[in-house]
Design a protein. Structure first.
Length: 390
């Protein structure tokens, strides 16, 4: 799903109201009936509403749903992107959109700029897009998921990322400065860097290795385990060669029942990577779970910062389901980024009701042993040009 912002400046105030109405209506309607869109938008006269509906559908921000019992529309990823961008533009967080610099399994990364031209990173969470392609085959798995689960879950993922980044940054951890969050998008500082995965040579591998191991210990002493601490999620600053950590979907508390396992896996990922890539093996045994001493409670602090335990559980459960689907479908789904606009009928396959049935702890067991290898290799260096105004 490419972010095409060409139409954003041409939408009228009425179009925005109608788009917002479709978003609001889809909170409890799989397919939002046209009369409801009209009612929520508060616009007088059917002709204006119909004109806006047709404008929005033409540029793919909403999609007419065929085969439904009644005539209706649903919001597309594009529509949600526009709503989020509009919020950022109004808040003056974003002025222009540049190149896409990353396509992850579950996010798209763009360079954007504010009015002064300062460049930033926009991360658009797109949870579940891979699994959508095979959603029919996996009916049972998703039957009880919310109609708008991709929107809701992508928003939770953005909220989680923003909350963690904020708490970590405020406590002196090397993470990008979080700038803003709206719907399923996070805006953050652009780090002049390469992902460790792409770095071909490093001046001082033992130092970087030691820095990373002490980071794992620092996280743990503050009550946290990254859970996906690998060469894809560590950026190496171009000038200083200092590490900057990104991407926190798997982050868990050291009180998690599987904490030791996740901690050991983070350590092992770094060991394996340094041995393979730089031929470096430390003489020291490396950080040991037994040496972790809690001196802080960032795991608790993050819950108080706007991302609740309940939301964390909802998100973790959904991530586990998606991981299971992807695992089951193997290569068929792997890396196949589906565009949800492709298939008008898929909405039917998603049930309703976002229940939170049990009290399970977040579980990272879906990650395979070699989770260090899980990500797609994408063009990930942030180019500094091509920023166009939206
Ligand atoms: N703040 C940043 N500054 C510079 N580059 C960044 C920044 N954030 C992300 N990137 C680039 O985008 C790439 C992908 O980012 P990230 O790991 O957060 O998402 P993802 O891996 O695409 O998501 P997923 O885990 O769902 O696959 C990074 O490897 C990095 O090259």
């Amino acid at each position: 799903m490419k972010l095409d912002t060409r139409a954003i400046r041409y939408l009228t105030a009425e179009d925005w109201r109608v788009l917002t109405a479709v978003e609001m209506g889809s909170k409890n309607h799989e397919v939002v009936p046209t009369p409801l869109i009209s009612q929520i938008s508060g616009l007088r006269g059917a002709s204006g509403v119909n004109r806006s509906i047709s404008n929005l559908a033409k540029v793919g921000l909403i999609a007419r749903v065929k085969n439904a019992k009644y005539d209706g529309y649903r919001l597309t990823y594009g529509g949600l992107d526009y709503l989020a961008l509009n919020t950022f533009i109004k808040r003056k967080s974003i002025y222009s959109i540049g190149n896409q610099v990353g396509v992850g399994k579950e996010s798209d990364i763009y360079v954007v700029a504010d009015e002064s031209g300062k460049q930033r990173i926009l991360k658009i969470h797109r949870l579940g897009r891979i699994s959508f392609r095979t959603v029919k085959a996996n009916r049972d798995y998703l039957r009880n998921r919310n109609a708008a689960s991709w929107m809701y879950m992508s928003r939770l993922a953005a909220m989680k990322e923003f909350a963690f980044m904020k708490v970590l940054k405020d406590n002196g951890f090397p993470v990008p400065t979080p700038i803003d969050q709206a719907r399923h998008c996070v805006l953050m500082e652009l780090i002049d860097s390469y992902p460790l995965r792409q770095v071909t040579s490093i001046a001082d591998p033992p130092k970087l290795y030691a820095d990373l191991m002490s980071l794992i210990m620092r996280f743990a002493s503050q009550g946290l385990i990254h859970g996906d601490f690998n060469e894809f999620n560590i950026l190496v600053h171009e000038e200083t060669q200092e590490p900057v950590v990104i991407d926190f979907p798997q982050m868990v508390s050291i009180d998690h029942p599987n904490a030791e396992e996740y901690f050991d896996r983070d350590v092992q990922c770094i060991k394996t990577f340094f041995a393979r890539k730089f031929g470096f093996e430390s003489e020291e045994e490396g950080p040991d779970w037994k040496d972790v001493k809690r001196t802080g409670k960032l795991d608790v602090e993050v819950e108080a910062s706007g991302f609740s335990k309940k939301q964390a559980k909802e998100l973790d459960k959904y991530l586990q389901q998606i991981a299971k689907l992807n695992e089951r479908d193997g290569d068929e789904a792997g890396g196949d980024v589906s565009d949800e606009n492709d298939d008008d009928q898929e909405e039917e396959d998603r049930g309703s009701g976002m229940e939170n049935e049990d009290d399970e702890q977040p579980d990272n067991s879906n990650l395979s042993e070699d989770s260090c290898e899980m990500k797609n290799e994408a063009e990930t260096r942030a180019p500094r040009s091509g920023v166009t105004s939206v």
